[in-house]
Design a protein around this ligand. Structure first.
Ligand code: OSB
Ligand code: MG
Length: 368
């Protein structure tokens, strides 16, 4: 695994829908992309940190600084035995896992292309398609919520996740459950509640949710464990699992029964696979979360989802839901709630150079 040069690109894509969560409203996405080159091939990754630290603590500006000044200088011009060895070369740095994941994920793509195998196969996955659901932002009212749910149920999505916040939780859930008694339904609070809201959250037990995602603080496990003791519905940890060790601690504490694995949040594919394995050892199902990715991050997510303990539908829905024009050449479209795993080596997708270079707000080369 030879890392000869790197390229950083930054693109801004308008979202097709307004995405409201408990922490804000998104109408566009600023997306850093990293290309690693070696042996005549290239691997590509996407950063999922945001402009402002709203979801977790990382930011795009911070990631660009670390890539330029710290992480890329550690890997450029070097040869590694495999992506795990490259991961270890960045292993002594604290935190900043989304930024480190950009390097690690591009390296996995490059390595899989070098070995001429699909990334999912290299990770140990065996599925040819993966089950997907959708994550729906907060809507104006109950009627709009039920409308949005209906559109996506009709498209075949296997699970509907509703974003909730204090003051808008039981209402959308009750309306949706009333209209669709049998769908797999979940909610995601993105850390908007505290233990003082346990009564309100316990009211959700009446609606047969598959899980309640990240109700409490983004860096908490202990209060989640206390809340889990008061609820029948399993909690699903998202924000507060940044590593396999966090997953072990959370599951050992009883902080939840399900884990949302975001490859970028935990620092890359190697760590994501460890989270998957630990959850499996605890008998806890996992699913692949999304961060409104372009086709690059989406393809990485789909490949990761081929591992066996990804037994709940992920958030990796059709790219065409999000973008009028994606950054890749290939479509990533689910049919009947099943997303085909892109065939071909690596992620199986390729950058649309003409489009990306046309809209890039930043494009820079890095060499040893
Ligand atoms: O909590 O899962 C989340 C998007 C941005 C930040 C956090 C989250 C999300 C989603 C979107 O739920 C999932 C997707 O469609 O990619
Ligand atoms: Mg979430």
């Amino acid at each position: 695994l030879q890392i000869e040069s790197a390229e950083i690109l930054l693109v801004r894509l308008p979202l097709k829908f307004r995405f409201e969560t408990s922490f804000g409203v998104q109408t566009e996405k600023l997306i850093p992309l990293l290309v690693l080159r070696g042996g005549g091939l290239e691997g590509v990754s996407e950063g999922t940190m945001e402009f402002a630290p709203m979801y977790r603590e990382e930011t795009i500006a911070g990631a660009l600084h670390l890539l330029r000044e710290v992480f890329l200088p550690r890997v450029l011009g070097r040869t590694f035995a495999n992506p795990e060895a490259l991961h270890d070369a960045l292993g002594s740095f604290r935190g900043n896992r989304m930024a480190r994941a950009m390097v690690e994920m591009a390296a996995w793509d490059l390595w899989a292309r070098t070995l001429n195998v699909p990334l999912g196969t290299l990770l140990g996955g065996r599925k040819e398609q993966v089950e997907v659901g959708v994550s729906l932002g907060i809507q104006a009212d109950e009627a709009a919520t039920v409308d949005a749910v209906r559109r996506h149920v009709e498209q075949g999505y296997r699970r509907i996740k509703l974003k909730i916040k204090p003051g808008w939780d039981v209402q959308p859930v009750a309306a949706t459950r009333d209209a669709f008694p049998d769908i797999k339904l979940t909610v995601d609070a993105n850390s908007a509640y505290t233990l003082a809201d346990a009564g309100r959250l316990a009211a959700l037990d009446a609606y047969g949710l598959t899980y309640i995602e990240q109700p409490l603080a983004w860096d908490d496990l202990v209060d989640h464990a206390e809340l889990q003791r008061r609820l029948a519905t399993p909690l699903c940890l998202d924000e507060s699992v940044a590593s396999a060790q966090d997953a072990r601690k959370g599951l050992a504490l009883g902080a939840g029964g399900v884990i949302n694995v975001k490859v970028s949040r935990v620092g890359g594919h190697a760590e994501a696979r460890r989270v998957h394995d630990i959850a499996q050892a605890f008998g806890a199902p996992v699913w692949c979360g999304g961060m409104l990715e372009s086709g690059i991050g989406r393809a990485h997510n789909i490949h990761l989802s081929t591992l066996p303990n990804f037994t709940l539908p992920g958030d990796t829905s059709s790219a065409s839901r999000y973008w009028a024009q994606d950054v890749i050449n290939e479509p990533l479209e689910a049919h009947d709630g099943l997303m085909p795993v892109p065939q071909g080596p690596g992620t199986g997708v390729t950058l649309n150079r003409e489009f990306v270079e046309g809209v890039a707000e930043l494009q820079e080369e890095h060499r040893p």
